[in-house]
Every structure is written in structure tokens, then in C-alpha cells.
Design a protein around this ligand. Structure first.
Ligand SMILES: Nc1nc2c(ncn2[C@@H]2O[C@H](COP(=O)(O)O[C@H]3[C@@H](O)[C@H](n4cnc5c(=O)[nH]c(N)nc54)O[C@@H]3COP(=O)(O)O)[C@@H](O)[C@H]2O)c(=O)[nH]1
Length: 516
């Protein structure tokens, strides 16, 4: 009797244990799923706020460009007017081009000068409360590569897609929709957001809704702009085979707790800027190198060093996101110094071995104005036994500093033997008069024009004009974003001395993977 009672107690205890494990494991898996979904929501919220911040900046920038152009007292499209438009464009952060409209037709732009024939615009797709007329993806205008246009008074701005390019790739399945609050006017869809149709107010997926499709929206308090970001969360419940399921279940409870703790730590109170600063200081800034190739004979003549940053969990942070945060947070000088030191160290043997080989380094405007950077660069170049002529500094055409001050600082570098390439050519002020004054040795045609070769009449025309400008001013032409043979051959016919950069010749790779 006693023995059977003991047996019974054991059986009940064992069953109780198993049931406890099972319940614990199920709770663990559910917890894991909650954490996965919650992490996705956090990632989406962070992404949406970065995109919203960028969209608001672009809109504010366009608005001030329109106001400045509208306030000019010059005769529209006169030489003085075009010069003033180019100056406005040069000083602004984002516009692709600025021009004049009359009776619904574009007459001239800073980039194109006076158009031979006015380009008639379709009726505006939206009129903002301040009277600004808006178009997205205008069909009948030659500027096919420019997707968003705004106009007020007799001024018009063609927004470059550049500020949004880094959000375009849809890495991690992220889709982004930039839209008005009433969701009737779409500014942009990025990263495969074509199917995203939920109105922002209803786009939010509630925390208790465990469906894998997640959507988060955020709207500007001051402007009529919302961003909806969406993706599919990771499903921790499927697919799992029986063995894996049992192991996963046993681990799930503790795993859930650990991931929750990690998650809470990761998304804790530190600001995004602080996280980026810590990632940089924590040695997580690395470099990849993209070949620069003479198009005519495919000889590699140099490389461009491109910065990469990962957070403490190994996730990539896009360069134009962390570069902007570092510029705004006042620690871009650290980025520049780490990039210079690492690039010279990693490229030293190649630079020494190959005559005429150079390493391109991107500098922000703040770096060029930084009075101590030139000495730092000199010290690094000397300590590696290199020559300043082997370093080419790339400065973006959309520089925000006062042109005179910028030119003065660039001169200082040039006197020490460093050359400058003007990056992203075609997306900024594009004023030939300024170009002639800048102490540069080369211009890099922005990839949005290269990628329009063979597709868009305007893209090819720009490429042709830029080749002619480079030749006339005796500047080295570097063509970015060459992805196809057709593009390479087209440029080779126009400018046999051009240098090409793009996926056709090689993607950016770590130093050890760079082709010989
Ligand atoms: N101030 C600093 N800015 C930096 C530094 N490192 C990078 N950057 C700037 O960030 C922007 C984005 O750069 P990245 O994502 O590295 O993109 C580069 C290439 O990957 C991309 N590329 C090159 N070829 C192709 C192509 O064929 N197709 C395609 N879709 N993309 C291509 O272009 C970027 C290089 O651009 P650029 O610098 O304009 O030559 C970028 O603006 C960087 O400048 C840094 O250390 N400091």
C-alpha cells in the first residue's frame, strides 16, 4: 500500500515537472515571439523617425530655397537670375535643381540654364496650405529622373532622390512610405513599399497584436508629412522540427528572459547619437574599398575608402545615416581621423607598390574647415612613408559652408599637395562659375545620372555635358555608379580618359578582398 502510494506520488511529481517544463517552454516561446515582434516594432519606430527627420529637413530646405528664389528681384532667367539661383542652390543642403516657372511651364533652371523650349508641367497633384504646389513622378517632363517637384510663386525646386537613397534598398525587408497625413499624396515609396496602402493613422500594429506583419507610423508635428515603416517580424514558432522544437522549448524560457534583458539594455535610454558615438569609439568603424578603374583599359588606378559602422549587435548602420548624425553631433572629426589612419595603414603597401595609385577619402565640410586636420593628415601620410599626391580628398558638391571659407580651407590642403575631387557632381549647385574657382582636380558624376544612361534622355544629356565640362576645365572625370557594360562604353566614347567606379568593376570590399 505504502509502496503504491510512493509510486503514485512519483508519477504525479514527474507529470507535474513535465507539465511545468511544458508550460514554461510554451511561455518562453511566446515570450520570444513577443520580444521578436517588439524588437521589430522598435526597429521600425527608429527607422521611421530617421526617415521622417530626413523628409522634414528636405521639405524645410525646399521651402527656404523656394522663398529665397521667389524673393529675388532679378529678371527671371536672366544671367544674373541664374547666377543667384545657383548660389541659393549651392548654399542649400538638399535640392537637385532650382528654376523658374511661368504659366505652368519651366523656363530655366540653375543646372540647365535657359531651356530651348519651355517644359510644360501637368496640373499640380497637391497644393500645400502655404500655396506650394507639389508633384511626385511627373510624367511629361524631361526631368524624368527627378521624382518630386515643388513650386511657389515663379520658383520651382526639383528634389534630388539622393537624400533618400540609403533608405531605398529595403534591407531587412524594410518598406517605407512617406505620405501626407490624409494619406492622399505620396511623397515617396522606398524599399518595396509599393503594396503599402494603410493610412498612417491606422497603420500602427498594436503591441498585443502578434501578427508578423508589423507597421509603425510617425507624423511631423509641424508639417504635413507622415512616415509609415513596415516589415515582417521574425517568427520564432515556425519552422521547427521535433528535435529542434524540444531543444528550443527547453531553451526558450531562459532564452526569452535573456533576450528580453538584452533587448531592454539595447533599446535603453541611450540616444541614437550617443550609440553611434560609442560604436565609433568602440572600434566598430571599419573601412571597405571600392576600385577606381580607368574605363578605357580597365586598369585599377586607385580606390575610394568607404566607412562602415555596426552597432554592438553587429547590425549595419547606413553610412549616410551615421555620417549625418556624427556631423550634427559634432564628432565627425573622430570619423575623419579614424578613416584617414585606417585607410593609409590598410592601403600602404598598395600605394607604395603602384606608381600613380591613389586612395580617395571622403571628408565632410566640417573636416575641411577643421584647422587641425591638415596637420593630422600630413603626420599620418609621413608616418606611412607616403606622398600627399597619393591621397585624394572627396568633398561633396552639396557642401553647406560659405563658399569663400570653404575654398580658402581647401587651398590649404592643396598647397600641401593633396588633390580634391568634387563628389556627387550634378546633385548640388552645378554652377560652372563656382566650379572654375574651386581648387579641385576632378569631378565625380553622381550615379543617378550614370544610371539614367540608355534609359532617360536627360541622364545621357547630363553625362555628355559633364564630360564636356571636365574637358573644358581640364579636370579628371570620374563616373560613379557604373553597373553595366553599356554605361561604361557610352562614357568611354565620350571621354576616353575617364575613371569609372561602380559595381561593374567591383563592389566596396575589405582591404584583404580587394582585387590585385
Ligand atoms: N564624410 C564621410 N562620408 C562617407 C564616408 N564613407 C562613406 N561616406 C558617404 O556615405 C555615403 C554612402 O556611401 P556608401 O553607402 O558607402 O555608398 C557608396 C558606394 O557603395 C555606392 N556605389 C558605388 N558604386 C555603385 C554602383 O555601381 N551602384 C550603386 N547603386 N551604388 C554604388 O556609392 C557610394 C559612393 O559614393 P561617393 O562617396 O559619392 O563616391 C556616400 O555619400 C559616401 O560619400 C566617410 O568616411 N566620410
Amino acid at each position: 500500500m505504502q509502496r503504491s502510494a510512493r509510486k503514485y506520488a512519483w508519477a504525479v511529481g514527474l507529470a507535474g515537472c513535465l507539465l511545468g517544463c511544458l508550460i514554461g517552454a510554451v511561455i518562453g516561446l511566446l515570450l520570444g515571439q513577443v520580444v521578436s515582434v517588439e524588437m521589430t516594432d522598435r526597429q521600425l519606430a527608429r527607422h521611421a523617425s530617421v526617415v521622417l527627420e530626413r523628409a522634414v529637413h528636405v521639405a524645410q530646405n525646399n521651402s527656404s530655397v523656394l522663398s529665397a528664389a521667389d524673393a529675388l528681384e532679378t529678371t527671371p532667367c536672366s544671367d544674373a537670375d541664374l547666377d543667384a539661383l545657383r548660389r541659393i542652390s549651392f548654399l542649400s543642403e538638399y535640392p537637385g535643381d532650382v528654376g523658374r516657372v511661368e504659366s505652368g511651364a519651366v523656363l530655366c533652371t540653375a543646372l540647365w540654364g535657359r531651356l530651348p523650349l519651355p517644359v510644360v508641367l501637368p496640373p499640380p497633384q497637391r497644393v500645400a496650405p502655404n500655396g506650394t504646389e507639389l508633384w511626385a513622378n511627373i510624367p511629361n517632363v524631361d526631368h524624368k529622373i527627378i521624382t518630386h517637384v515643388s513650386s511657389r510663386g515663379n520658383a520651382i525646386v526639383f528634389t534630388s532622390p539622393k537624400p533618400f537613397q540609403s533608405f531605398q534598398h529595403g534591407d531587412d525587408g524594410l518598406a517605407t512610405w512617406i505620405v501626407t497625413k490624409d494619406h492622399k499624396y505620396t511623397y515617396r515609396r522606398l524599399g518595396g513599399a509599393d503594396g503599402l496602402t494603410l493610412p498612417p493613422g491606422k497603420a500602427e500594429t498594436s503591441w498585443f497584436d502578434m501578427r508578423l506583419y508589423r507597421a509603425v507610423s510617425t507624423c511631423s508635428a509641424s508639417l504635413d508629412i507622415c512616415v509609415v515603416a513596415s516589415k515582417n517580424a521574425v517568427n520564432v514558432l515556425w519552422p521547427l522540427d521535433a528535435l529542434f522544437a524540444s531543444v528550443a522549448m527547453l531553451g526558450a524560457l531562459s532564452g526569452g528572459g535573456i533576450s528580453l534583458a538584452a533587448f531592454l539594455y539595447r533599446y535603453g535610454s541611450r540616444s541614437f547619437s550617443e550609440k553611434i558615438r560609442q560604436a565609433i569609439e568602440g572600434g566598430r568603424l571599419t573601412l571597405v574599398y571600392q576600385p577606381l578603374v580607368r574605363i578605357h583599359d580597365r586598369q585599377m588606378v586607385g580606390v575610394e575608402a568607404l566607412a562602415r559602422l555596426t552597432d554592438e549587435y553587429g547590425e549595419d548602420i547606413a553610412p549616410d545615416v551615421f555620417i549625418k548624425v556624427a556631423e550634427e553631433g559634432g564628432f565627425i572629426d573622430r570619423v575623419a581621423r579614424i578613416v584617414i589612419r585606417t585607410a593609409l595603414k590598410e592601403m600602404r603597401s598598395r600605394l607604395k607598390a603602384t606608381a600613380g595609385f591613389h586612395c580617395g577619402i571622403n571628408l565632410s565640410t566640417g573636416d575641411i574647415l577643421d584647422e587641425t586636420l591638415c596637420d593630422f593628415l600630413d603626420r599620418e601620410v609621413k608616418s606611412h612613408g607616403l606622398e600627399p599626391s597619393q591621397v585624394v580628398l572627396e568633398v561633396t558638391e552639396r557642401a553647406t559652408a560659405d563658399p569663400e571659407q570653404l575654398i580658402g580651407s581647401m587651398e590649404k590642403f592643396r598647397q600641401r599637395g593633396y588633390a580634391f575631387y568634387l563628389d556627387d557632381f550634378g546633385t548640388g549647385y552645378s554652377n560652372l562659375a563656382y566650379l572654375a574657382h574651386l581648387p579641385i582636380s576632378g569631378i565625380k558624376l553622381d550615379r543617378m545620372f550614370t544610371q539614367a544612361i540608355g534609359k532617360e534622355a536627360m541622364g545621357s544629356t547630363i553625362a555628355e555635358n559633364v564630360c564636356a565640362v571636365a574637358k573644358a576645365l581640364n579636370l579628371q572625370l570620374i563616373v560613379e555608379g557604373i553597373e553595366t557594360e553599356e554605361q561604361a562604353q557610352y562614357i568611354d566614347r565620350l571621354s576616353p580618359a575617364a575613371i569609372g567606379q561602380g559595381w561593374l568593376y567591383g563592389r566596396p570590399v575589405p582591404a584583404e578582398k580587394l582585387r590585385k
